[in-house]
Ligand binder design. Structure first.
Ligand SMILES: [Ca+2]
Length: 133
């Protein structure tokens, strides 16, 4: 599969790539791994704001997958790429996270100032890979 990662951006301690095509959450995770990267996890306010600022400037009207999900236990959100629970820093959109086994994966939400929202993991959205250490 050929994917054009049209954007490279760095906050000085890590680099990220934003895809320009949409994939399901699982396919996005695989695609990041294939590149030697991970689907992004967001651990601090600084990291979140850095990424959101980049998205606001370049892609304000797109959802972007993160690695966050509650696939294995409803209501328990963790970052797939680190295995750590989501928090203590969180940036949920209003009314999120939605409590439903149909919606298990976290996106940067185009409809909510790019705060975090829950979507169906099989939906196809753009995604952010981050350099792994
Ligand atoms: Ca859920």
């Amino acid at each position: 599969m050929i994917i054009d990662f049209g954007t490279y951006f760095s906050n000085g301690w890590r680099y990220y790539e934003a895809s320009t095509i949409p994939l399901s959450w699982s396919a996005a995770k695989y695609e990041c791994r294939r590149k030697g990267m991970n689907l992004v996890s967001i651990e601090t306010r600084e990291e979140d704001e850095f990424i959101r600022q980049h998205l606001f400037v370049n892609y304000p009207n797109e959802h972007f997958w993160t690695s966050g999900n509650d696939v294995f236990q409803e209501g328990f959100y963790y970052w797939d790429s680190t295995g750590n629970a989501v928090g203590p820093y969180r940036n949920w959109a209003p009314t999120h996270p939605v409590a439903s086994t149909l919606y298990n994966c976290i996106v940067y939400s185009r409809g909510a100032d790019l705060r975090w929202a829950i979507a169906s993991c099989s939906d196809q959205y753009r995604f952010i890979c981050e350099q792994s250490y």
